[in-house]
Design a protein around this ligand. Structure first.
Ligand code: CP
Length: 301
């Protein structure tokens, strides 16, 4: 397996199963597994779940954490390049986790660094560790990853979580329903790749037309920060507002996932239904990120 976790494309189906298996084992405590190791967290963009669950994961395995969560307090503010930042931080840590607004930034940092780099989101490109916890959640709640009908809803153009997830689910004979306003549909390159692989997919803007077919509905927010024009964002803000009306048009066992944060696309009235698994999904970030840290540091059992 790759020493870095930069893109979900770098992982075979077997690699994905292996990570999920290790994550399951990480549900149990391993308090000294990464004793003496240090994680650096370089967050050039805001985060709650990813950053905190990485910190929690590292500390609960006995490791230490240093880093920043606000790029304006780092020397990037003085013009230091990401390449140089990675070259310096490698001297202070054993592994680094990077979130950055530029697509390809994690790959660049991995080229600069002699220590493993984990991509915590690079612009609108990918968020591979989110995808691994999404797979873990789907497997846990649906008891399989195979042959599912999965709806991805919201901002499919700029949403990095859906980009990584489509790539990963392509290994499992998924039927995809891409539910988005036409201007925010899944980029053509992803659709072309699915076509080439013979994987079934449908594009739609009206959730109600397809909701009865779905085993999993993966909801995402409209990614305000990625719109080059704020007027464009205003057009799509509030495009979807899911509430308990959705429940009239879905399968009994359909599960709703959301990488979070949510804005206004999903009402809290759904939270206490048997369909909502998004808080459990966020909690699954801990065993999955423990597994990833152990793996890249050569300590996975
Ligand atoms: N899902 C996710 O990446 O959340 P954060 O932005 O809070 O890390």
């Amino acid at each position: 397996m790759e020493p870095n976790i930069v893109s979900i494309n770098d992982f075979s189906k077997q690699d994905l199963f292996n990570i999920l298996k290790i994550a399951k084992r990480m549900e149990k405590p391993h308090p000294n597994l990464l004793k003496g190791k240090t994680l650096a967290t370089l967050f050039f963009e805001p985060s709650t779940r990813t950053r905190l669950s990485f910190i929690y994961a590292m500390e609960s395995l006995g490791g230490k954490v240093l880093g920043f969560d606000d790029a304006s307090t780092s020397s990037a503010e003085k013009g230091e390049s990401l390449w140089d930042t990675a070259k310096i931080v490698e001297k202070y840590c054993d592994v680094m986790v990077i979130r950055h607004p530029t697509e390809g930034s994690a790959r660049l940092a991995a080229e600069a660094s002699s220590k493993p780099v984990i991509n915590a989101g690079d612009g609108a490109n990918q968020h591979p560790t989110q995808t691994l916890l999404d797979l873990y959640t789907i497997q846990k709640t649906k008891k399989t990853l195979n042959n599912l009908s999965v709806g991805l809803l919201g901002d499919l153009k700029y949403g990095r979580t859906v980009h990584s997830l489509v790539k990963a689910l392509s290994h499992f004979n998924t039927t995809f329903y891409f539910i988005a306003p036409p201007a925010l549909q899944m980029p053509q390159t992803y659709l072309d790749e699915l076509k080439k692989k013979g994987i079934k997919f449908y594009t739609e803007s009206n959730l109600q037309k397809v909701s009865k077919n779905l085993d999993v509905l993966y909801v995402t927010r409209i990614q305000k920060e990625r719109f080059p024009d704020p007027v464009e964002y205003q057009k799509y803000k509030g495009y979807y507002k899911l509430d308990t009306n959705l429940l009239k048009h879905i399968k009994k066992n359909m599960k709703i996932l959301h990488p979070l944060p949510r804005v206004d696309e999903m009402d809290r009235s759904l939270d206490n239904t048997s369909h909502a698994v998004y808080f459990e999904q966020a909690a699954n970030g801990i065993p999955v990120r423990k597994a990833l840290l152990a793996l890249v540091l050569g300590k996975a059992k």
